[in-house]
Design a protein around this ligand. Structure first.
Ligand code: NAP
Length: 538
């Protein structure tokens, strides 16, 4: 082991996406030395690499941003209900420049390993440039949806055209007039299919299992609306931060079967015509993800819509999900209509699974070679802990995170891990489910509270300044997450990225706190600001 340097830095943050940028912002005035590294060449994280055609956030623009800078909230421009990828990237770069955060950042620097050095209370961190850093606080902010999931299909290397994963779309990839195959129909697949269909020669959607997707109802915003938002930001954030999902609208407390069938239909129509995937779940009814009968009725409503829109009944059949409406909901901008185009076809992978990739096609089990120029893998992510487990992280007694999480990831409040002192995960495993930006902000606030408390204890009574969640608190938090999941139909879906079942060999289990942003914030702030419950005394 390399010797401890005379002066370790205070804070090392890994990741320059929303999480890392927000954490650097939050810690910047505490008088601590700080560095932020990222393997990518610039700011942006997931929004730097997910540049596939059609990439946008389906969280509404007014709340897909940090809540902290009141003046910036009022003055920064945005023009539509949803932000496209280039706008989100521009916003992040703007935020970094505005708050002079770039001076902390070092790019093209990948984290390779991090090890807690017991005798000196520092993390020894090795990176791809050959450097070794020592830091008192090690803060991975490596993204929940960041490590790509590549399917194991024989013949990948033989393909003579181009293959890309949506999350690493090459800037020079032009799909115009090409024969495209898209594997996967989650949020990424839905967006890319809808966006490129009109200018490709042919598009074949390889669908293993269709999901429900709802109209996003994207539209330009009016100056009147923007003025209203600007004047009400304080109330907007107060409401959002106390809400369940944090998407900036009031969630319903109306049970589905408390209104008559005619009125239910009207309310669902309203959601179809004005809402989006997320609003559909919680805006007009409170029990769509908790009451199985309500959920079934909503599924029937969406299935009827698909039948009405998709003219070819065979295509409609292949697009209709046969499961609960209980995944992270998807919004679309004309997805079902896209399948009315003659150049768009569907291969149902349940009927004819993919056998191999050949030099010019995807060959399915019926022997058909689907001839393609470009294969787009919209196959999702090794989500949540994927990036953390890609590197070697070792805590107390040299125990690795991989071994510690062999049966699934653990945390206290989505941010702290027992046995990994002074390692703070921005929106780590078992963080809160909902709008990811307020989820990230909440985790950042807990972390900053903890750092402040440690620094103050160090100064006031010579504490070593080591923040450590107890094993008891970690297992208590795990149980709380289990309990919250039991009340939700989400827990019935075992093959989504939320449960880990989308990646072969990954342990399936609860990976988020489904109890709501409001209660998450309350518990985390109470523990890190007031009670210090769940932490080893400082
Ligand atoms: P995803 O929801 O996990 O979808 C992956 C798709 O790939 C599924 O259709 C899956 O089919 C398919 N797939 C995976 N492996 C396959 C294989 N071996 N053969 C055939 N098909 C395979 O991933 P995603 O679409 O990237 O979305 C993930 C999350 O990212 C979203 O839930 C959302 O949180 C975020 N996201 C958000 C937006 C937005 O608008 N805000 C946009 C993009 C992504 P099976 O279901 O059969 O496994």
């Amino acid at each position: 082991m390399a010797p401890k340097p005379p002066q370790p830095m205070d804070v090392l943050i890994v990741g320059a996406g929303f999480g890392g940028i927000g954490q650097a912002y939050s810690l910047r005035n505490l008088g601590l030395s700080m560095k932020l590294i990222d393997s990518l060449p610039d700011v942006g994280g997931t929004w730097l690499t997910n540049i596939y055609p059609g990439a946008l956030s389906d969280t509404e623009s007014f709340v897909y941003r940090f809540s902290w800078d009141a003046e910036d909230l009022r003055t920064y421009p945005w023009s539509r209900r949803y932000l496209r990828q280039p706008e989100i990237l521009a916003y992040l770069k703007h935020f970094v420049e505005r708050h002079d955060l770039r001076k902390y950042m070092q790019f093209d620097t990948e984290l390779l390993s991090a090890q807690w050095v017991e005798e000196s209370d520092v993390w020894e961190v090795r990176v791809s440039t050959g450097e070794t850093y020592w830091a008192r606080y090690f803060i991975p902010a490596m993204g929940v949806l960041s490590k790509a999931n590549f399917p194991a299909i024989p013949g990948f290397e033989s393909f003579k055209g181009r293959i890309t994963h949506t999350s690493h779309w090459p800037a020079d990839l032009d799909v115009t007039n090409k024969r495209i195959g898209v594997l996967g129909c989650g949020a990424s697949g839905v967006q890319v299919i809808t966006n490129i269909a009109s200018h490709v020669s042919s598009l074949t959607a390889f669908i293993r299992h269709p999901q429900y997707t709802l109209p996003s109802n994207d539209r330009p915003i009016t100056p009147v609306y923007r003025t209203w938002v600007n004047e009400h930001y304080d109330q907007i954030w107060a409401q959002l931060k106390a809400s369940f999902a944090g998407f900036g609208y009031v969630e319903s407390n109306r049970p589905f079967f408390s209104v008559d069938p005619g009125r239910r239909e009207q309310l669902l129509e309203d959601l179809w015509n004005n809402g989006n995937g997320l609003r559909f779940m919680v805006e007009h009814f409170c029990d769509i993800i908790t009451d199985a009968d309500a959920n079934n009725s909503v599924c029937d409503f969406i299935r009827r819509k698909i039948h009405q829109i998709v003219k070819d009944s065979e295509k409609a059949r292949k697009l209709i999900p046969n499961e609960r409406f209980a995944r992270r909901p998807i919004s679309n901008d004309g997805y079902y209509e896209t399948f009315n185009r003659e150049n768009v076809s569907i291969v149902d992978l349940k009927e004819t699974p993919v056998e191999e990739i050949t030099p010019d096609s995807i060959r399915t089990a019926d022997g058909t070679c689907h001839i393609l120029d470009i294969i787009v893998l919209a196959t999702g992510f090794d989500a949540v802990e994927g990036n953390l487990l890609r590197v070697n992280i070792a805590g107390r007694d040299g125990r690795s995170l991989k071994d510690t999480w062999a049966e699934g990831p653990k945390s206290y409040l989505g941010s702290f891990a027992a046995g990994f002192p002074n390692m703070f995960m921005v929106n780590g495993p078992k963080g809160v489910f909902g709008n990811v930006i307020p989820a990230i902000e909440a985790s950042i606030e807990f972390i900053t509270n903890a750092v402040q408390r440690a620094e103050s204890a160090k100064e006031k009574h010579g504490s070593r300044g080591v923040v450590e969640a107890t094993f008891q608190a970690e297992s208590g938090w795990g149980e709380r997450c289990e309990q919250a999941a039991k009340g939700s139909l989400f827990s019935e879906v075992k093959d989504s990225w939320l449960s880990g079942g989308n990646v072969p060999e990954k342990p399936v289990g609860v990976r988020t706190y489904l109890g709501g942003l409001g209660s998450y914030r309350a518990m985390g702030n109470s523990a890190t600001k007031d009670t210090w419950e769940g932490f080893v005394p400082l």
